[in-house]
Design a protein around this ligand. Structure first.
Ligand code: PYC
Length: 316
């Protein structure tokens, strides 16, 4: 079996887009196709993003037919341990990749994801603005006791995935030389939330486990408002500023009266890459917009040989 993929990065965070050779997922909404993917083809997910073909940080994207008449594309994003509701850097990567392959014209496109319809505007072959799903703060100032560390306070918010935003400045400097400490603290916060039953809102459209944890601190770029460290579900960190995280963060800033509709918020990642965002409000729903750029890094055929003991990847 051969699968044709195109790799890109958005602000340093990799996306591997499956162009040909994906599994059949049947008809219906993208959310329904995700259920089939999870139940019947999970080893395909692992084979695409896990070693020996992939790496922990890679987010995969599987193109699939949209059910919504307003959409031209459908996509399911996945990672080393499971599936994402939405992915901001991945959507920028998807659009820039298809544009650079000559398969998507500049301008607007609507994309169905498992958690709703998003749209994107391609400004050029590399630069994209994503209009994300409605984002909101679920709970403010939640405290959790983190064994071996102490009490941590933060907000729980939705931006297409569930986030816990630790309040104030990170107790560990936001530099890659402290990666082990940043990962250890955020992983312990995630475990503490899980063990104490603190979750996001339970809806029919998505699960409620809080699987992204964010720390914030002062930025280095004079353009940026905050720098972040984002722990992803499979214990890797987001090299980009995280599109869904920036969406959820802007919903919290809006709720606190610290961000007005149309006002720019610039989020810097731990690698120094930037996303420019703003929100608009329609019918009391906060709609985030995220602008960033993506570059193709490789185009390949992945081989799957059933005699290979690691044909379906090494599970993370
Ligand atoms: O950009 O939304 C994002 C994202 C989620 C996980 C990794 N990147």
């Amino acid at each position: 079996m051969r699968v044709h993929v195109v790799d890109s990065h958005t602000g340093g965070e990799p996306t591997r887009l499956v162009i040909r050779g994906g599994p059949p997922l049947g008809a219906g909404s993208v959310s329904r196709q995700l259920s089939a993917f999870r139940a019947q083809h999970d080893r395909f997910r692992s084979g695409i993003v896990n070693e020996p073909r992939g790496a922990d940080a890679i987010v995969g994207g599987l193109l699939c037919p949209p059910a919504s008449a307003e959409c031209q594309l459908g996509v399911i994003f996945f990672n080393n341990v499971g599936y994402l509701g939405m992915c901001g850097h991945g959507t920028i990567g998807l659009c820039a990749t298809l544009a650079q392959l000559g398969q998507l014209p500049l301008g607007d496109v609507n994309i169905e994801t498992p958690v709703g319809v998003v749209s994107a505007h391609l400004h050029s072959l590399t630069e994209v603005t994503v209009k994300n799903v409605a984002s909101y703060r679920h709970r403010k100032d939640v405290t959790v006791d983190v064994p071996g560390y102490g009490t941590v306070t933060g907000d729980i918010a939705w931006g297409g995935n569930w986030f816990f935003f630790v309040k104030g400045d990170s107790p560990i400097p936001l530099h890659l030389r402290y990666l082990d400490d940043l990962t250890s603290l955020t992983w312990r916060i995630r475990q503490a939330l899980k063990n104490t039953g603190i979750t996001g809102a339970d809806t029919a459209a998505h699960g409620s486990e809080i699987d992204h944890i964010e720390l914030f601190g002062p930025p280095e770029s004079p353009q940026a408002h905050r720098r972040n460290f984002v722990l992803c579900p499979g214990k890797s960190y987001d090299r980009s500023p995280c599109g869904t995280g920036t969406s959820a963060k802007m919903a919290c800033l809006y709720a606190d009266g610290l961000l007005k509709p149309g006002q720019t918020f610039v989020q810097e990642s731990i690698c120094g890459s930037l996303f420019h965002g703003h929100v608009e409000v329609f019918d009391n729903r906060v709609i985030p917009f995220i602008r960033g750029s993506a570059f193709i890094t490789a185009e390949s055929d992945l081989n799957f040989n059933p005699d290979d003991p690691f044909c379906w990847g090494i599970p993370a």
